[in-house]
Design a protein around this ligand. Structure first.
Ligand code: HEC
Ligand code: HEC
Ligand code: HEC
Length: 135
């Protein structure tokens, strides 16, 4: 038992639904782009390396730092363009990017990544709440 009168409209609706993401994006004023990430508070103008480099490489930098500290026992600082940084999330990144939720999380949610670092390392919010870190 087919109702011919419903098949064609049904197919049209199906096609519209399936292609929804494409035409919605084409007609919508807010195109999906990278999330806007806030510059850190405190008036800092520059990251450790140029922003595009940080965007692509920050996970690699963090891993290198961790390995250097924990595997090579090298707790020394790194100097970039005459500025001295401690090798750590708390020791460097979060000093400028004090809002992990609005900065790191916003971008990671967009990119569907969940770094597990915060299982152990404290966020500035947790630090303010008085929690102590292992180091
Ligand atoms: C001295 C302060 C400071 C430190 C320390 C710092 N940042 Fe930044 N970061 C900034 C500033 C300021 C910008 C924006 C720079 C720009 O737009 O040119 C930025 C930009 C970035 C960006 C690019 C954001 C975008 O616009 O797409 C990423 C990712 C980033 N930082 C991650 C990190 C990580 C991870 C660390 C630790 C390894 C870190 N930052 C340490 C100040 C800092
Ligand atoms: C501009 C967007 C952006 C911002 C801002 C950003 N990240 Fe990321 N981050 C990414 C992307 C994209 C990946 C995944 C890259 C990949 O898988 O190759 C990532 C991956 C990571 C990883 C590795 C995760 C894993 O499982 O391998 C760490 C660690 C990390 N980010 C830390 C931070 C920290 C800390 C901050 C805030 C200070 C931050 N990121 C801010 C985009 C961002
Ligand atoms: C299972 C717990 C755990 C997880 C998960 C973890 N860390 Fe750590 N990390 C530690 C401990 C503990 C130390 C400090 C050891 C010390 O100071 O002797 C440390 C130290 C570090 C250091 C050296 C500087 C410092 O703060 O002492 C860096 C850099 C670092 N971790 C980065 C990361 C990053 C990036 C991630 C996520 C990709 C991560 N860690 C995930 C436990 C963890």
């Amino acid at each position: 038992m087919y109702n011919k009168g419903l098949i064609v409209p049904g197919l049209i609706i199906l096609v519209l639904l399936v292609t929804f993401p494409f035409w919605f994006d084409a007609f919508s004023a807010t195109k999906s782009t990278d999330p806007t990430v806030e510059p850190p508070p405190g008036g800092e103008q520059h990251c450790i390396y140029p922003a595009d480099e940080m965007r692509a490489e920050h996970m690699v930098i963090l891993n290198e730092w961790r390995d250097d500290v924990l595997r090579n026992g090298n707790r020394g600082t790194v100097t970039v363009d005459g500025k001295v940084y401690g090798k750590g999330l708390q020791l460097a990144c979060m000093k400028c990017h004090t809002n992990k939720e609005e900065f790191c999380d916003r971008c990671h949610t967009y990119a569907s990544v969940t770094p597990y670092c915060w299982d152990c390392h404290l966020t500035p919010t947790q630090q303010k709440a008085g929690l102590k870190e292992a180091n």
